[in-house]
Write a protein that binds this ligand. Structure first.
Ligand code: SF4
Length: 468
């Protein structure tokens, strides 16, 4: 499905390099492959061992980092960020990495995720004299680091991280070091790789393939990695860490060529489609997937159901971001510009339409309409995840609870609203089983489906998400 028109957006992606003469160039390529995680702003901070230099702006990686700009970014370590603005909103000042200077040196931060106690910490820090440059929750970490009384940066960072609650994959760059930290629940993906003696870190392993890096391992929940001239060291800053990786990374957000926790995303999606075929057997003539993220699940459904997979919907790849408008009517118009039904495939046919999720329902209604206008006699919608009934507090913009169609409507009510002949969602157990091939749902955050979140959620965070 198309993130921009669906109302389901990843917040960010991060990429970092230590110990490579082309660190900025590698970061550019890495960020380019993570562009699907955020298109509103991007930045790179590079270190030449003595100074940090930042270039950032609102726009796509290819728009901000022109050849001239890249010429100026020289150094052996770098961190980069692509941003979709949610917490704190947009604007240049919130584009990351954030760069801070002090008497003892500089520090740059890139963050993927969302803190659930950011407002509480901000109030406390402001009461102690901090002045924030941005409205982003990321800046809280910089203030906590600088206010920590420990003499060593490593201990300052560990102390600061121990105060944060929520989802965070942080890259912290100083003149001499790259630090990498993942929250105690490992909510967001973060992997370590290498190119020769240089280390690379990325939100998704697809970025490693692009820069020719070899995958080493995933960062562990509650782990702090410190990479410098002496090599790499690992420490746990949280000992009660329990893995709860975001299930939506497998369903929708990550690229199909990425592996998360050793599981290929395309394979997981294909297995979700296969599970759906078991949970929702339908008599139909063709199976089609909503491009791009539902194609894998549609292939799996077709394979398991023994129904031909066809390209019943095609995506217009050349519609630019400028067409994306926030209003409902323009959003609906956007669907027409972005997707077309293939009449030659669906006319006179009973169609199974596989999609990864339903957020507001408006997009699903438009796509069902497109297929029916193109002559489909029946459209059966099957969704490769459970109904999204609750907001996400961890960095995914799932719209407010009121906007989530499944928050107060039954499956039958949603079916009627989207005009489908039948509607089936994959069960929670079916989704997790398709990813890990084991019984039970441990190891995953399923908060937006079940309402059970792996961390405490604070009243002001709840208020923000329920009223935004
Ligand atoms: S609430 Fe949903 S989208 Fe958010 S981290 Fe959990 S599973 Fe992912």
């Amino acid at each position: 499905m198309l993130a921009e028109i669906k109302g389901l957006n990843e917040e960010c992606g991060v990429f970092g390099v230590f110990g490579h003469p082309d660190s900025a160039q590698l970061t550019y390529y890495g960020l380019h492959s993570l562009q699907h995680r955020g298109q509103e702003g991007t930045g790179i901070v590079v270190s030449n061992g003595e100074k940090l230099r930042v270039v950032k702006g609102e726009g796509l990686v290819s728009e901000i980092f022109t050849a001239d700009v890249m010429e100026e970014l020289k150094g052996t370590s770098a961190i980069g960020h692509v941003r979709y603005a949610t917490a704190g909103g947009g604007g240049y000042e919130n584009v990351q990495p954030l760069l801070f200077h002090s008497q003892t040196g500089s520090l740059a931060l890139a963050h993927n995720g969302n803190l659930v106690n950011a407002n509480i910490l901000k109030h406390q820090l402001e009461a102690q004299g901090s002045i924030f440059q941005t409205s982003s929750d990321t800046e809280v970490l910089a203030h906590l680091i600088r206010r920590s009384g420990y003499p060593q940066l490593k201990d300052q960072v560990k102390n600061a991280l121990s105060m944060l609650k929520g989802a965070y994959a942080y890259l912290i760059l100083t003149e001499k070091e790259l630090m990498v930290a993942l929250d105690p629940h490992g909510l967001r993906p973060l992997s370590l790789g290498c190119i020769g003696n240089a280390y690379v870190v990325a939100s998704e392993t697809c970025a490693f393939d692009v820069v020719g890096a070899e995958f080493i391992r995933d960062i562990r929940p509650g782990e702090l990695l410190i990479i410098n001239e002496d090599g790499i060291t690992s420490e746990q800053f949280a000992f009660n860490s329990t893995k709860s990786i975001c299930a939506m990374e497998y369903v929708y957000f990550s690229r199909p060529d990425s592996n998360i926790q050793g599981i290929n995303v395309h394979t997981a999606r294909k297995n979700m489609g296969k599970r759906l075929a078991v949970e929702a057997p339908i008599e139909a003539d063709v199976v089609t997937g909503v491009p791009d993220s539902s194609i894998s699940a549609a292939i799996g459904y077709a394979e398991a159901a023994g129904i031909p997979y066809e390209m019943g919907l095609i995506k217009n790849k050349y519609v630019g971001r400028t067409f994306i408008q926030p209003t409902q009517s323009l959003r609906e118009q956007g669907v027409k510009m972005k997707l077309s039904a293939v009449r030659g495939v669906v006319e006179g046919k009973r169609v199974v339409m596989v999609d990864d999720s339903i957020v507001r329902g408006t997009t699903s209604r438009r796509i069902v309409n497109l297929l029916k206008e193109a002559g489909a006699t029946e459209v059966h919608v099957v969704i490769s995840s459970p109904p999204i009934k609750n907001p996400c507090f961890y960095g995914i913009d799932t719209s407010s609870k009121e906007e989530l169609i499944a928050s107060d409507k039954s499956v039958e009510e949603i079916r009627q609203l989207i005009g489908a002949d039948s509607l089936t969602f994959l069960s929670t157990e079916g989704m997790v089983g398709a990813i890990v091939k084991t019984e039970g749902t441990e190891g995953f955050c399923l908060g937006c489906f079940t309402g059970n979140y792996p961390t405490e959620i604070y009243p002001d965070t709840l208020q923000y998400y329920y009223q935004k």
